[in-house]
Design a protein around this ligand. Structure first.
Ligand SMILES: C[C@](O)(C(=O)O)[C@H](CC(=O)O)C(=O)O
Ligand SMILES: [Mg+2]
Length: 305
């Protein structure tokens, strides 16, 4: 029954794999999973990791991404997602949920949740999406304390501490690079270069920083949508597509709900739905017969199947 209810790969092995991936020269692609089922899809399709987005955890609760969610809520979602995937999970820890000592506690809680790494950003509280105007950052030395505290709290040295700088949109690119250098000196393993504009800025960041770099290819934001091949050629080590699956799903859900409201039936929507049989395949439903041979003993029939 290994790997059925939960993924078989241990958290320690996932962290090792994430470290190795970041050092491999191959871009690690981490789409955001808005739930554990999407994480299974991400693994099946062949991505290198799974991202858990703060914006998505918030939106899922019908809240804006302004630091309203708690560590317990975020870690809980992360744990549910990490449990079902063999891939490493990188999670968005916003500003660390408080003072540097809270950032330290955040790391211990996320380690216990089976997460492979987290990013902490240098925004003030309340934070906002990094692609909006009107952001503010804390002084660099305060963020340095955040990162030091987080790095010192690790029990597994392979847990990846990623420092995100939001400074590009506030203090400019050179200042953002200087901040990132200070965060690396404080113990960051990976740098999240938030809201850069175009390829030339990604190149400039790459030239300035010695540790692995992560690009955020979020839609409708301040960064050009650069392909994975180009990011890899520039020398980036990881990319997240944080809100993409939620945007796709919500778009489809809205269109479908409007059609049902108008037409009084979903009959015209079946070819735009995940089929029951595909859902069951993704869930490994049939394998539950390993527990009890009476579990999967039906055929999928009925309307539209
Ligand atoms: C990456 C991010 O922190 C997230 O929470 O997913 C967001 C993404 C977004 O709001 O589009 C961010 O870039 O701040
Ligand atoms: Mg976020």
């Amino acid at each position: 029954m290994t790997g059925l209810i939960a993924a078989a790969t241990s958290a320690a092995d996932k962290r090792k794999a994430f470290r190795a991936g970041l050092g491999s020269g191959t871009l690690q692609r981490l789409p955001g999973a808005f739930n554990p089922l999407v994480a299974k899809l991400i693994q099946e399709i062949g991505f290198e990791g799974v991202y858990v987005s703060g914006a998505v955890v918030s939106a899922d609760l019908a809240l804006p991404d302004i630091g309203l969610t708690t560590l317990t809520e975020v870690a809980g979602r992360g744990q549910q997602i990490a449990r079902v995937t063999d891939l490493p999970v990188l999670i968005d820890a916003d500003t660390g949920f408080g003072e540097p000592m809270s950032a330290a506690r955040t790391v211990t809680v996320l380690e216990d949740a089976g997460i492979a790494g987290c990013h902490l950003e240098d925004q003030v509280n309340p934070k906002r999406c990094g692609h909006l105007d009107g952001k503010a950052v804390v002084p660099a030395d305060e963020m340095v304390r955040r990162i030091r505290a987080a790095a010192s709290a690790r029990r597994d040295p392979n847990f990846v501490i990623c420092a995100r700088t939001d400074a590009r949109g506030i203090e400019g690119l050179d200042a953002a690079i200087d901040r990132a250098k200070a965060y690396v000196d404080a113990g960051a393993d990976l740098v999240f270069t938030e809201a850069l504009a175009d390829e030339s800025e990604f190149e400039k960041f790459r030239a300035g920083i010695a540790v692995p770099l992560l690009a955020n290819m979020t839609e409708f934001g301040k960064s050009d949508l650069i392909s994975a091949t180009t990011l890899q050629d520039i020398g980036y080590n990881a990319v997240i597509y944080p809100v993409t699956t939620l945007r796709l799903a919500m778009y489809a859900a809205e269109a479908g709900l409007r059609q049902i409201a108008e037409e009084g039936t979903q009959a015209g929507l079946l070819d735009r739905m995940q089929h029951r049989s595909r859902l069951y395949e993704l869930l490994d439903y049939e394998r539950y017969n390993e527990f009890d041979s009476g579990i999967f003993n039906f055929r999928i029939e009925g309307s539209g199947s």
